[in-house]
Ligand binder design. Structure first.
Ligand SMILES: NC(=O)c1ccc[n+]([C@@H]2O[C@H](COP(=O)([O-])OP(=O)(O)OC[C@H]3O[C@@H](n4cnc5c(N)ncnc54)[C@H](OP(=O)(O)O)[C@@H]3O)[C@@H](O)[C@H]2O)c1
Length: 265
């Protein structure tokens, strides 16, 4: 079982809805946090809310899609905390749109942010974690990473890739002390979701969780070292059904997809 106090954690997406709550709850447990986001103002606002010693917090203004910025995350952690024990990849972007209406650049950005950057960050932290004989990589996925959702096509695909990466990496590292967890929330009330998503979710009665609750569940999963965790029922069941009987889920989601289509236009 992972012991959280004094753990040195790199948290991407720290300024986001889930990331902020993770930061608050991890700080309250005594973790040393490298908070990563692109806006220093947002990072400072978050830092002011954390109930912890300021020496336990390191603000890292970085765009994770840029190689130099990923290197600066590592250097800042080495400089401020002499290293790191955990990487939580929580940064992510999402569009609710027909794939035809999403620009090529935006599709590339979704894959860069949700798949390529987390993959390259994992690769960056692994040598040090192997050398210190401990480490935990936590990738934040989504229910949409197991069930392909219409109108969230690029996002869904990116989370499928992140799930596959997490599974393969976990197996590749199974004889090492590095743990790999993939934790997949269902919909969460954060600004990742546009007003169109909220309106659609209301009409199709999509379950939505609050970010503080989701952060609590993510931390529980980290402590238990869950390999894969799907948050929320019945979504966790639908994940299994879709894996075995995708044709059944095609039929079950047909009417929901038609309703959702109204909101993307
Ligand atoms: N909300 C949901 O419904 C939901 C459901 C399931 C899974 N998830 C997953 O949970 C994770 C967190 O989502 P959230 O709801 O907290 O999202 P959010 O509120 O929109 O926050 C997104 C975070 O990602 C950061 N980010 C985006 N692009 C970045 C980049 N290029 N470089 C550095 N940071 C970047 C943002 O930082 P800036 O301040 O720099 O913009 C922000 O901190 C994501 O991986 C998401 O896919 C969310």
């Amino acid at each position: 079982m992972t012991l959280l106090p004094d753990q040195r954690i790199i948290l991407t997406g720290a300024t986001g809805g889930i990331g902020c709550e993770l930061a608050k709850q991890l700080a309250a447990k005594g973790a040393k946090l490298g908070l990563v986001g692109r806006s220093l103002v947002k990072l400072e606002q978050l830092s002011a809310q954390l109930k912890t010693d300021s020496n336990n917090i390191c603000l890292i203004c970085a765009d994770i899609t840029k190689s130099d910025d990923r290197q600066s995350i590592i250097e800042k952690m080495e400089n401020d905390f002499s290293g790191y024990d955990m990487l939580i990849n929580s940064a992510g972007i999402m569009d609710f749109t027909s794939i035809l209406d999403q620009s090529d650049e935006r599709i590339e950005a979704v894959f860069q942010t949700n798949v390529i950057a987390p993959t390259l960050l994992c690769k960056k932290v692994m040598p040090y974690m192997l050398a210190q004989n401990k480490g935990h990589i936590v990738n934040i996925g989504s229910t949409f990473g197991s069930i392909g959702f219409a109108w969230f096509t690029s996002y869904s695909t990116s989370k499928f890739a992140l799930r596959g990466f997490s599974q393969a990496l976990r197996r590749e590292l199974s004889e090492t002390p590095i743990k790999v967890s993939y934790i997949a929330p269902r919909a969460v009330r954060t600004s990742l979701n546009s007003s169109a998503v909220y309106n659609m979710a209301k009409e199709v009665k999509m379950n939505m969780d609050d970010p503080d609750f989701v952060a609590k569940k993510i931390i529980e999963s980290i402590i238990k070292e869950n390999k894969e965790k799907y948050l929320g029922f019945p979504e966790s069941l639908f994940v299994r059904i879709n894996a075995i009987l995708p044709g059944l889920v095609d039929m079950a989601t047909r009417s929901q997809n038609k309703i959702a289509e109204k909101y993307v236009r």
